[in-house]
Ligand binder design. Structure first.
Ligand code: UFG
Length: 342
């Protein structure tokens, strides 16, 4: 299949592009490299032993998108391009809606111009908000509580409406839980942010000696050991979920939603123990107050993806920590954007 992947140089996009190439698909990546580097795609090409086509494009440039679609004429699109920092979305919601929602409007116009009808969308379980019950199934009501989360739900709603308007269209939204890990080669992974917010990044930087300790943000939740339980999912499993969704799109119609998680809630100490075993480094911990807005439990019921897509997560927290650590050691600063890399 000829695939066009938006945001294909990012964390989840790059692993998915590699999986697509390895499965024989032809891929054009469009990315503005605002949070990634073109070097990522050179590495993807090396690992796949096949060329990935690349065009530097911004989702807000409707004309450029339309021209690119006219030239590549894809059979399907995988849409990862978007912003994902909750705190930035609170500070600048207009920017978030511009990139995430208006960018998708431009994408759909470009798809319509070449009658491309199939799309896999990178959504997030954050659209559910506070759980009314656990585990979350796809029927759980959505109640997003941040601008970032609301921008993701707005895109889902748009995509739903787009499929209703034309019965030839098919969209699958994958709601990710907590993506972590890296490619097992250590060549691809998540670019660290200057101050890490998520557990895996903070743990990695602490193990590397860049942080004095890992703050345990609340140990008195009504949860198994008092800390937050999350559904961490290996990025390689996520990449495989996209392949399964893409295959299914050939047969499906309308708008489909799937949770992409393991179904297992993992606590902070459980993750720390697995990371210490994988890295051989003891991680100093410090109890700290709860983080605003954090929830005790947040994990998926992934049965729908298993039943309908034939996909389920295969990798556990040991593999997640091993691969995240290998990537962290090999590229402690991630792959930074350089002009030379173009
Ligand atoms: N945690 C710590 N110490 C840290 C970081 C996290 O104890 O330094 C705990 C959190 O309290 C939580 C668990 O580890 O219980 C996981 O935290 P993450 O930040 O890795 O994941 P969350 O599910 O809490 O949050 C993630 C993103 C958020 C985003 C949210 C919803 O990190 O930015 O998903 O999309 F808001």
């Amino acid at each position: 299949m000829r695939c066009l992947v938006t945001g294909g140089a990012g964390f989840i996009g790059s692993h998915t592009v590699l999986a697509l190439l390895e499965s024989g698909h032809d891929v054009l990546v469009i990315d503005n490299f605002s949070t990634s580097s073109p070097d990522v795609l050179k590495r993807v090409t090396e690992l796949a032993g096949r060329i990935v086509h690349v065009a530097e494009r911004d989702m807000r440039d409707a004309d450029a998108l339309r021209n690119t679609f006219a030239r590549w004429s894809p059979d399907a699109v995988l849409h990862f391009a978007g912003l994902k920092s909750v705190s930035e979305s609170v500070e600048d919601p207009v920017h978030y809606y511009d990139v995430n929602l208006a960018g998708t409007v431009n994408l759909l116009k470009a798809m319509d111009s070449v009658a491309c009808h199939r799309l896999v969308f990178s959504s997030s379980a954050t659209v559910y908000g506070k759980p009314l019950y656990l585990p979350f199934d796809e029927a759980h009501p959505t109640n997003p509580v941040t601008p970032y989360a609301r921008s993701k739900l707005a895109v889902e709603n748009l995509l739903h409406d787009w499929t209703v308007a034309n019965s030839a269209r098919a969209v699958t939204a994958l709601r990710y839980f907590n993506p972590v890990g890296a490619h097992p080669s250590g060549r691809l992974g998540e670019n660290p942010t200057s101050v890490p917010h998520n557990l895996m990044q903070y743990m990695s930087q602490t193990a590397l000696g860049r942080r004095a300790f890992l703050p345990v943000l609340g140990d008195d939740y009504d949860a198994r050991d008092g800390t937050g339980e999350r559904d961490y999912i290996h990025v390689m499993d996520l990449a495989e979920a996209h392949l399964a969704a893409l295959g299914d799109l050939e047969l499906s119609v309308g708008f489909q939603i799937y949770n992409v998680g393991t179904g297992q809630g993992v606590t902070v100490p459980e993750m720390v123990t697995a990371f210490e075993a994988a890295s051989g480094v003891t991680i100093p911990l410090q109890d700290m107050p709860r983080r605003d807005g954090d929830l005790p439990g947040f994990y998926a019921n992934p049965d729908r993806a298993k039943n309908n897509l034939g996909w389920k997560a295969k990798r556990g927290i040991d593999a997640m920590c091993r691969d995240a650590w290998a990537w962290q050691v090999a590229s402690p600063d991630g792959l930074v954007h350089t002009e030379d890399a173009r």
